[in-house]
Design a protein around this ligand. Structure first.
Ligand code: ADP
Length: 465
């Protein structure tokens, strides 16, 4: 099931990340290529302007008067369509188009042609003629007042971008055209290298995304896997713990039933055992329920201001018979004089349960000596509960595991002592819920001390005092 979920997650990850990367790379490529295109167009427009500024028109009537062209070239002018006024009825002024100061033309690595009204090339930046240049195929757009870009492939295989603009004189008459051209091979190479680079980046990105999807998904599922594993162990251990008392109940009932002639009194040992096991089962099921609810976040803690010293005194009183039954001394050590108080914010019932678990364990695992419960006021508004005993102690290795569910150092003896290894798991949950902590220090053969730290409650009255 988990494997199926893992595969699904991987596909989801890939399905989201891969198109994102692809869109990013494509976006990058198109934005770079369009900025290269723009750069070429702007360069061509600047060049066309430079040529226009070096151009003059010499009317035939006043052959020694030079008229400079008037209209500045717009960089993206190929859509502007402004009719030649003289096509609309006015008389055309005849004359000669000239490049008067060609040395002033500042060209950025490009070619230019000056073309007169009769489509003759009157100026050419190229030293020798190049087949296919200038390209006059769309020249009538110029006579309609329209500038235009075009891309051509010359016979020698060279690719060029051309920009053609009309030459106007003051009265609006179009007297010729300027065509500037730029070899595209450098830019094509640039674009090719952009394509190659983005392609490589895309492949690396996709490979990383796919590998990342595998790694991240596997990582994300580690806690889920662990939780399922824990849950499985919990169910297996719980079933195991339930089976022993159930088997004993069944066996006792069967023995009693096999002797129907015996009185209840004569069968009382079996009935007593059934009751003991039923008690054990009831406690076990209740603890299982507590932990299951805690896991689901449904075990509510009804926190309230709680006076810890008084509560501890009460628990000591209740548990005294257990200690006496084992001839153990049970001591209570309060933080100050008999009237001292220590307030915490906790669930009364759970806090009592915590003290009972720790004291019950201390008594259970101590054969001679004493068990003590101390309430101390620690530094930094901390209340400390210490349960110490002079019992069997816990080895270092066991200390690392005693808070695990169903862990018992001595599994063989535990059922007869009514323990099933859930006490400390519940204790830890009770302590951790209000942000506290529980620790153990122990020396095998000498005894153990369980220390619980909880936040003290600062009461308004004590603040004022
Ligand atoms: P249980 O006491 O029901 O077995 P707990 O979760 O309370 O379960 O304790 C787990 C294990 O920790 C016990 O089985 C025991 O081995 C060890 N342990 C707990 N408290 C003490 C103690 N005071 N002295 C020695 N061992 C202890």
């Amino acid at each position: 099931m988990l494997e199926k979920a893992r595969r699904k997650l991987i596909w989801w990850n890939i399905g989201i990340v891969v198109p994102l990367i692809a869109a990013l790379i494509l976006g990058m490529y198109f934005s770079i290529s369009s900025s290269i295109e723009n750069e070429i167009s702007n360069e061509l427009a600047t060049n066309a302007n430079n040529v226009l500024q070096a151009t003059s028109f010499r009317p035939t009537a006043t052959s020694n008067q030079l008229i400079p062209p008037t209209q500045p070239v717009k960089s993206s002018d190929n859509r502007s369509e402004e009719k030649d006024d003289h096509q609309q009825g006015q008389e055309r002024e005849e004359g000669k188009l000239e490049l008067t100061h060609s040395s002033d033309i500042d060209l950025l690595d490009s070619t230019y042609f000056l073309i007169d009204r009769q489509s003759n090339v009157v100026a050419n930046s190229l030293q020798s003629a190049v087949q296919g240049l200038p390209n006059l195929t769309q020249l009538n757009k110029i006579w309609n007042g329209q500038s235009y870009f075009q891309e051509v492939r010359l016979q020698n295989g060279l690719e060029m971008r051309l920009y053609t603009v009309p030459v106007r004189i003051e009265n609006g008459q179009i007297v010729g055209a300027v065509q500037v051209g730029k070899n595209l091979s450098g830019h094509k190479e640039q674009l090719q290298s952009v394509l190659t680079t983005t392609g490589i980046v895309a492949i690396i990105g996709l490979a990383l995304a796919i590998a990342g999807a595998f790694v991240l998904t596997s990582r994300a599922l580690i806690p889920v896997r662990q939780s399922i594993e824990r849950q499985r162990e919990f169910v297996a251990d719980a079933s195991h713990e339930l089976r022993t008392p159930l088997t004993l109940i069944k066996a006792n009932a069967e023995v009693a039933l096999r002797n129907p002639q015996k009185t209840v009194k004569e069968n009382s040992q079996y009935l007593e055992d059934i009751r003991t096991e039923t008690d054990y089962l009831t406690r076990l099921v209740s603890d299982l329920l507590t932990l299951a609810r805690a896991d689901m976040g449904k075990a509510e803690l009804k926190t309230e201001p709680l006076e810890l010293v008084g509560l501890a005194r009460g628990v000591i009183h209740d548990i005294q018979p257990l200690a006496e039954a084992k001839n153990l001394e049970l001591k209570f050590i309060s933080p100050g004089d008999s009237s001292s108080e220590l307030w915490i914010s906790a669930d009364r019932m759970r806090m009592r349960q915590l003290l009972v678990i720790l004291l019950d364990n201390a008594i259970k695992y101590t054969h001679t000596g004493q068990v003590s419960l101390a309430i101390e006021s620690g530094r930094g508004q901390i209340a400390i509960i210490k349960v110490s005993d002079t019992g069997v102690g816990i080895s270092q290795e066991q200390q690392a595991r005693i808070f695990e569910r169903f862990y018992r150092a001595d599994k063989a003896r535990s059922h007869s002592e009514g323990s099933y290894g859930l006490g400390l798991s519940i204790a830890r949950w009770i302590v951790q819920a209000p942000d506290g902590s529980i620790q153990v220090s122990s020396q095998p053969g000498k005894g153990s001390t369980f220390s619980v730290s909880l936040k003290k409650l600062v009461l308004a009255a004590s603040v004022n005092a």
